[in-house]
Write a protein that binds this ligand. Structure first.
Ligand code: MG
Length: 366
């Protein structure tokens, strides 16, 4: 059957700063979706990562469907009302426009969707990251889908030996959607050239070359491109199909043991290591470190199994303690150099005003 998996996610307010949505806000979103799901959704799963709430749902209406997007938009609005009433921090911060206009793209919430032909058994992983941006997935998914050092299936599985197609989006171009399609392994170096620049080029989707089927969908919204100023980080979600013609679950997870440095962390203005954490993990140290969680599902005729927490295993405790060390190391140099984002990424913050003032005090001397 043709099935659509949609994830819509927003930060609509949290407790004690940017830590976690309150139970009341979470329940409001959940109850709203439950009440409105009849005849629209086959199944759904509501979760939080850091200060974000995500609505994962299955249906048969295709991607970008107005009814599905409106349901999420109104659920986030209902949650925002509770957040405002109870004085949560940043209430409604990701809802950048007042009115729904047929599709939440461009309104603030992050969206990752794919329409698939459901396989006989259909396992997938839902990733949610907080205190970072969509480029955070560039490295792990490049390694999982294009590098046999991480994905042994590329050399062991005949279904995968033709490689994968990467659809990469230029997120700095805001007039329209500007994309390029490149294939691995032939264009590996071209893919790497783009993906190294995580603030400009972001993987939007990945496709199997042997079957033409979509493996990955990532939210690629840039909030400051929409709002014209810094509003919060773009905290990306992703849906990744696994097994069969796609990498195994463990091959997708493997590159997350790097704890690679990503943009985000405190005030969305720093560099920190991406830490794979248990579901519903909050943020803490320096409003971070940037966190990614993963829930694995099987789906049958659109019905979701219970989630399995992919980073809830003793192995990842070891990884987390190594990554915590990386976080401490880069924080030791405070504001200086590589620990903070380049000026081009800070241009929507207060630092611009400060630099304008200082600029007038510069004098030219011989
Ligand atoms: Mg967030």
């Amino acid at each position: 059957m043709k099935l659509t998996i949609s994830v819509l996610k927003a930060d609509i307010g949290s407790i004690g700063g940017h830590l976690k949505p309150s139970r009341a806000v979470f329940e409001e979103v959940k109850n709203f979706v439950a009440a409105r799901s009849k005849g629209l959704l086959i199944d759904y799963y509501i979760s939080s990562t850091g200060d974000d709430i995500a609505i994962l749902c299955t249906h048969t209406l295709g991607t970008g469907n107005a009814k599905i997007h409106q349901l999420a938009w109104e659920a986030f609005q209902a949650g925002t009302a509770v957040a405002k009433k109870t004085g949560l921090y940043g209430a409604g911060q990701d809802l950048l426009k007042d009115a729904f206009s047929g599709n939440v793209r461009g309104l603030g919430p992050a969206v990752a969707e794919m329409e698939i032909e459901e396989r006989e058994n259909e396992p997938f992983i839902f990733f949610a990251a907080d205190k970072t941006d969509p480029g955070a997935y560039n490295l792990p998914f490049y390694l999982a889908f294009a590098d046999p050092m991480y994905c042994s299936g590329l050399i062991l599985s005949p279904k995968m030996s033709q490689g994968f197609k990467f659809r990469i989006i230029d997120v700095s171009y805001t007039e329209k959607t500007r994309v390029i399609e490149l294939v691995a392994p032939e264009e590996l170096y071209d893919i790497a050239v783009l993906l190294r620049d995580t603030e400009k080029y972001v993987i939007e989707s990945i496709w199997s070359r042997s079957t033409g089927n979509q493996a990955v969908a990532i939210s690629t919204q840039r909030l400051h491109n929409i709002a014209g100023k810094y509003t919060g980080k773009d905290d990306p979600v992703a849906v990744v199909r696994v097994q069969g013609e796609f990498p195994a679950t463990g091959e997708i997870l493997a590159p997350f043991n790097i704890g690679h440095y990503v943009a985000g962390f405190m005030r969305g203005s720093h560099i920190g290591p991406l830490m794979p954490c248990r579901l519903n993990t909050t943020v803490s140290y320096f409003d971070g470190p940037p966190v990614v969680t993963g829930a694995a599902f099987s789906v049958k005729e659109g019905r979701l199994s219970e989630p399995v927490d992919v980073f809830d295993h003793p192995y990842w405790d070891f990884v987390r303690s190594q990554i915590a060390q990386k976080a401490s190391e880069i924080r030791r140099q405070g504001f200086c150099g590589a620990s903070m984002l380049p000026f081009s990424e800070l241009e929507y913050g207060g630092v611009v005003e400060k630099l304008k003032q200082l600029d007038q005090k510069f004098v030219l001397v011989d």
